[in-house]
Design a protein. Structure first.
Length: 296
């Protein structure tokens, strides 16, 4: 089984790594993930990686849909391209559209991954990632009708991350994301307090107006067919709310083509207090995901 690094740094290992079958030379890989949690929460995710004409180019496709009681659906669709230029360097670009009924967010992300161990011909892989993202928040037509004061907003994100093989079967990784805004976003962020959700998915992080995110985790290939991962992430929003996620996942390789995975995520948020008034209570929830993947 081979872990393919993907430059979606902001939060959980689900956004950092796609664990593919041992047939790493396969032309394509696709996976479906079903998630569930409190408040009738349900999520559906599709991901696919496709080699392009046997070139060092990989096309990435992804779609995410989440539903819960009494809130609008959250969706995210993306299209990306990864260029494995050399063993030392790979580059990638990802375009995404995210929405929750209040905002439509269009994102463009680019990144570089450096395989530093090639410089000293080390067998244990060492990588460093650098990335940049630009996101435009556009209120939906319905939102503009209700709240004429909402304007188009801009967000920029700078990212840095690393991964290090401690042994051939054990890897640690970490990342830091810093966000900047073109105006004071707090009045707009308050508009979203009626639909709190903190699942660890990048779509929810983006829509909660983050200020910074830190992630740390590890991957252990316990057996030839079994890989375990553990990660923890903390996001601070511009409303000074702390969002924490801890994820434990397992992936089982059935054969060269099929794999099954499961993960459980513990999620919590701190309360938001302004002028002595509690705007949002603290929360603590647990979410579960089940994944089936196929290489062909």
């Amino acid at each position: 089984m081979t872990a393919f690094k993907r430059f979606r740094l902001p939060l959980q290992i689900a956004a950092l790594f796609s664990v593919l079958p041992s047939a790493a030379s396969a032309d394509a890989y696709t996976s479906l993930t079903y998630g569930f949690g409190p408040d009738e929460y349900r999520s559906y995710a599709f991901k696919a990686n496709v080699d392009i004409f046997k070139l060092p180019l990989i096309l990435d496709l992804d779609h995410f849909l989440a539903r819960a009681a009494d809130v609008d659906d959250t969706t995210q669709s993306g299209l990306g391209l990864t260029w494995n230029a050399t063993k030392l360097l790979s580059a990638n670009y990802h375009h995404s559209v995210t929405g929750d009924g209040t905002y439509d967010v269009t994102g463009n992300e680019s990144g570089l991954t450096f395989g530093l161990n090639t410089l000293w011909q080390g067998e244990l892989r060492t990588t460093v990632d650098l990335g940049y993202g630009d996101f435009e928040y556009e209120p939906t037509a319905i939102t503009r009708t209700r709240l004429a004061s909402l304007l188009t907003l801009q967000q920029k994100r700078k990212s840095a991350g690393f991964s290090q093989d401690i042994t051939p079967s054990f890897t640690i990784f970490g990342s830091h994301d810093q966000y900047e805004y073109d105006r004071d976003y707090r009045p707009f962020a308050v508009r979203r307090l009626q639909r709190p959700r903190n699942v660890g998915a990048f779509a929810f992080t983006l829509l909660s107006f983050p200020d910074k995110t830190n992630t740390l985790g590890m991957i252990w290939k316990a057996q030839e067919s079994l890989t375990l991962d553990l990660s923890t992430g903390k996001t601070t929003t511009i409303l000074e709310q702390l969002q924490r996620n801890t994820r434990l996942g397992a992936d089982f390789q059935i054969n060269d083509k099929l794999n099954l995975g499961a993960a459980i995520t513990g999620s919590s948020t701190s309360e938001i207090v302004a002028d002595g008034v509690t705007l949002q209570q603290a929360t603590r929830d647990t979410y579960t995901e089940i994944t089936a993947g196929w290489a062909f």
